[in-house]
Design a protein around this ligand. Structure first.
Ligand SMILES: Cc1ncc(COP(=O)(O)O)c(C=O)c1O
Length: 510
């Protein structure tokens, strides 16, 4: 299958705008529309009236549709093929979920309605809280956070509230994270006002318990850990780790990003964790919210329940209601009940899978990762760092260091060359403890056919690198956009995110 991405020289809607073009037509005979059009402007206070009409693009309806379809064809999505973005994990988003959330009983209800008229939706949220607690081994959940990272932040605020109430916050200033941690962990800890202490991994790629022993003290507020870790390795000494931290008076935070590896097999609550967030997009097949419009519920053991963000959905034996009466809560993190559309999708997914289905999800996720590990091990130029004999869980981190040493082709070049073959790049250069890292997470979603296509693509790239490396350096060629200037593309000063910003910039489009 030869991949060629559609490429349109598609202007902005503002640039396509033609004066007088309209995207609607209303029946002028309709009385209600006539009334609306005749509503006197004088009802709007003078100071609020615009002096000039808003500058909106003027286009016909088909022109708008064409515009967005063309842009979508220049894009890549999980619905097109493999998306092995380790740690950030894109699983499929079941179309059935989209249908479910379109139900008018959801779309036409409003959180300001009296709760007696919202019993159905409140019951769903209540049950989701309970299911997440059951799945993770926690006692209570709040569905408020809008992303994994916000769930982490909520968790660290709970750690803070706990130590504050015990009068120990002044001394307990440190949060420990392993050197394989996702960047959001230290960021959340720092945002909540803690100092970050990093513990190294041992030769097996797991937390070095001796180093942890020497890192903990009366200053320890808690430890943030994801298990399996970002190398895809299960922390086998998790019980020792938990006891070291607990003995020092700290709390254990579980970053639930990798929960899909454990589903139905082991529960963070049983491993000794006190707090968890779950990235619903990683484990329960909801869309990844890009840092905001997703969902990252936070769950805790009973001793921390009173600090959870409000509202908690409760049941008094007769009806479901939003419980705000929790004086020790860290407060609100989101409007109303959290990101309802995402929560509904996770609920529908869990219901469809059942306990056995969830168990199978992690079986397949782990099988797929290990299948890739075994096949990639044999490709020249790639090595598997840390504990080569140990099975991975949901993801495998490969090093392209030998390839770079032999041919000059590095992990970034490999990632770009995969794009040319119609495969989304894995995460690269993370975790930082692996040189030339390619972090590959196939998830349970993709079939063996698709995984084989990925392996063949890597094999082809290795062959090219050893025979004519220039071919790899010049990748991608078949995508709508070639190599981006990554520094420029990520720099807020150079990004122009609105038409107004583009107009104000010196390099206006011609
Ligand atoms: C290990 C880990 N923790 C936390 C996060 C943050 O989650 P989110 O992207 O939902 O904010 C990620 C995101 O990819 C992750 O991989």
């Amino acid at each position: 299958m030869k991949f060629r991405q559609a490429k349109w020289n598609e202007p902005l809607l503002f640039e396509r705008s033609r004066a007088g073009a309209v995207g609607y037509s209303l029946p002028t005979t309709s009385k209600s529309i006539q009334k609306m059009l005749q509503t006197p402007l004088s009802t709007v206070p003078k100071e609020l009236r615009r002096k000039t009409p808003p500058r909106l693009p003027e286009l016909s309806e088909p022109e708008v549709v064409q515009h967005f379809v063309r842009l979508s064809q220049m894009n890549y999505s999980v619905d097109l093929g493999l998306y092995p973005l380790g740690s950030c994990t894109m699983k499929y988003n079941p179309p059935m979920n989209e249908e479910i959330i379109k139900n008018p009983q959801f779309t036409q209800s409003h959180p300001y309605q009296d709760c007696s008229t919202l019993q159905g939706i409140l019951r769903i949220l209540f049950e989701l809280q309970q299911w997440l607690s059951e799945i993770t081994g926690m006692d209570q959940h709040s569905l408020q956070p809008a992303a994994g990272a916000q769930g982490e932040f909520a968790g660290v605020l709970i750690i803070r509230a706990y130590h504050e109430e015990r009068g120990e916050l002044k001394t307990r200033r440190q949060i420990i994270v392993p050197d394989s941690a996702h960047g959001t962990n230290p960021a959340s800890a720092a945002m909540a006002g803690f100092d970050v202490v990093v513990v190294p991994s041992n030769e097996q790629g797991q937390v070095d318990t001796q180093a942890l022993e020497s890192a903990v003290s009366k200053q320890t507020a808690g430890l943030m850990l994801t298990n399996p870790n970002t190398l895809g390795l299960f922390e086998q000494e998790i019980e020792t780790i938990a006891s070291i931290v607990h003995k020092a008076g700290g709390l254990l935070y579980y970053d639930g990003a990798n929960l899909n590896a454990n589903l139905g097999h082991v529960r963070p609550g049983d491993m000794g964790f006190d707090i968890i967030h779950t990235n619903l997009h990683k484990t329960f097949a909801t869309p990844h919210g890009g840092g905001g419009p997703g969902s990252g519920p936070v769950g805790v053991k009973q001793q921390l329940a009173e600090y959870l963000p409000v509202p908690i959905i409760s049941f008094d034996g007769a009806q479901y209601y939003s419980d705000f009466d929790r004086p020790k809560s860290i407060g609100r993190l989101h409007g109303f009940h959290g990101n309802i559309a995402v929560l509904l999708k996770a609920y529908a997914y869990i219901m469809r899978m059942g306990w056995q289905g969830l168990h199978a999800v992690s079986d397949y996720a782990v099988l797929n990762a290990n299948y890739l590990l075994k096949r990639i091990e044999d490709i020249k130029g790639f090595s598997i760092p840390f504990a080569s004999g140990i099975w991975r869980k949901h993801e495998v981190v490969v090093s392209a260091k030998p390839l770079e040493r032999d041919t000059g082709v590095n992990a970034r070049d490999v990632a770009k060359a995969l794009l040319d073959r119609g495969i989304h790049a894995p995460t690269f250069y993370f975790p930082a403890i692996v040189e030339e890292a390619l972090m590959i997470e196939p998830t349970e979603t993709f079939s063996k056919v698709e995984l084989d296509r990925f392996v063949e693509a890597l094999q082809e790239i290795s062959n090219q690198a050893y025979t004519d490396s220039n071919l790899v350096f010049s990748a991608p060629q078949n995508t709508s956009i070639k190599r981006l200037d990554e520094v420029k593309a990520a720099h807020p000063r150079t990004m122009k995110l609105s038409w107004r910003m583009m107009q104000q910039a010196d390099d206006k489009p011609t």
